[in-house]
Design a protein around this ligand. Structure first.
Ligand code: PLP
Length: 430
């Protein structure tokens, strides 16, 4: 029963566009009336009608320690009692900055902002300023927030300049964004050959989490590094999703490839609004007031957010936490693959530690086109079949599933059992 969610959604739609503060929450992809959550604890959430779910959304990634972890709540309480914002630097900011810099050595200095979107917009401005170039390159299927320059799709045919992906994005600005194919170094090389002296930077999700979970092919990130070096462009890893989720030092640590800048968000705020960008000292020194690249924020480095972030990072401070996340991720992957095999349903799982995505396809998934070619219509029915069985999944085949350190074997096995039944229901039909 979801009557209260229904009535809240009816009211919400009269007051907020689509009844939501972010489009994915309206369930346009999967259809139906979106449930409204009331509370969460560990791996579980309860909606406003009292239904319980194992949560694999985790607010799209931040909650690596699960919902309402006592240490995070205590850190927020303590910070709130001291005051919620001062408009000055606080010790808490320095404490979070220290953790980021220590765990991610390519980040010699860090600037805090309020969201991942702000982080990528600011890093792009810095890259343009530092190189004196206006164009930049991104990949089809990667998402870097809703900044104008990023809401761009590939131009058709021979046209390599980007075109706006939303009304309101000026075509002139979109033309500054070049779009290449993820995991296809030759598509990047071609764009550099066409524009050898005007590309400021390459933006990449080192593991693409906004088309499910697509890992970089062997040599892809290193190849980007080489091309950037050859053409004098900066390499920017957008680790808003992967940062401190996939390893103690983010995907930089796993790949061994050193980007010039890294953008962060999600986990570093432990569920409160935050973003950050950082990198080589010389570059970061170009940011105002050390340098003259302007970027500012009334609530940037907010005391509550940095307290929640530092407490969260401390909960996943060592390899052991990531090994546990890896074990649970691997268990879920095996269970899903086994269930699909038994039912003869084509399914492949993309996974990096505790972020994963099952695709209903028999093909390897290496990029955006492969995701588009998967059976998305059946996936959407699978979502509802899972929900009915008490599993809260992201409402789109393009979103990664997340696990937290609160997800134990019993939660994973609940998901696997529900998936086996759901696949039978939607793909086999009995
Ligand atoms: N970059 C990546 C890789 C993301 O996954 C996201 C959000 O999902 C963003 C940037 C934007 O972050 P935010 O939603 O905090 O603005």
């Amino acid at each position: 029963i979801t009557t209260r969610s229904h009535s809240l959604f009816d009211t919400g739609q009269t007051l907020m566009p689509g009844g939501v503060s972010s489009p994915v929450r309206a369930w346009k992809s999967v259809g139906g009336v979106p449930i409204h959550m009331e509370r969460g604890r560990g791996a579980l959430v309860w909606d406003v009608d009292g239904n319980e779910y194992v949560d694999l959304v985790l607010s799209y990634g931040p909650l690596i320690a699960g919902h309402a972890h006592p240490a995070v709540i205590e850190a927020i309480h303590k910070a709130a009692e001291r005051g919620t914002t001062f408009g000055t630097t606080t010790e808490g900011e320095i404490e979070l900055a220290r953790r980021v810099v220590e765990r991610m050595p390519v980040v010699e200095q860090v600037r805090f902002v309020n969201s991942g979107t702000e982080a990528t917009m600011s890093a792009l401005r810095l890259a343009r300023a530092a190189t004196g170039r206006d164009r930049f390159l991104k990949f089809d299927g990667c998402y870097h927030g809703h900044g104008d320059s990023f809401l761009v799709k590939a131009g058709s045919g021979a046209l390599t300049l980007g075109t706006p992906d939303s009304p309101g994005v000026p075509a002139e600005l979109a033309a500054m964004t070049l779009v290449a194919d993820y995991n296809q170094l030759d598509s990047v090389a071609r764009l550099f050959e066409e524009h050898p002296r005007s590309i400021a930077c390459v933006f990449v999700e080192p593991v693409a989490g906004n088309m499910g979970c697509v890992r970089p092919a062997q040599g892809f990130l290193g190849g980007l590094r080489e091309l950037c070096d050859r053409y004098g462009a900066l390499l920017i890893f957008d680790e808003v999703m992967t940062g401190f989720r996939v390893a103690p030092g983010g995907y930089v640590e796993i790949s061994g490839v050193a980007p010039d800048l890294v953008t962060l968000g999600k986990v570093i705020g432990g569920g409160l609004p935050i973003g950050a960008y950082g990198g080589r000292l010389a570059l970061m020194q170009e940011i105002a007031p050390a340098g003259n690249v302007y970027q500012a924020g009334t609530l940037s480095g907010n005391p509550l957010a940095v307290a929640a972030g530092a407490a969260t990072l401390d909960l996943v401070a060592d390899e052991a936490a990531y090994q546990q996340l890896e074990r649970m991720g691997a268990r879920l992957q095996r269970g899903l693959e086994q269930a699909a095999r038994q039912l003869d349903v084509p399914l492949v799982v993309g996974r990096q530690g505790s972020m994963l995505c099952p695709y209903l396809t028999g093909q390897t998934v290496n990029g955006f086109q492969d995701v588009m070619d998967s059976d998305r219509a059946t996936w959407n029915r699978f979502f509802h079949a899972m929900l009915k069985r008490g599993i809260h999944l992201p409402p789109s085949p393009f979103e990664a599933w997340f696990l937290s350190t609160a997800h134990g074997q019993e939660h994973i096995d609940r998901v696997i059992d529900a998936a086996a039944e759901s696949l039978r229901e939607v793909a086999v039909g009995d």
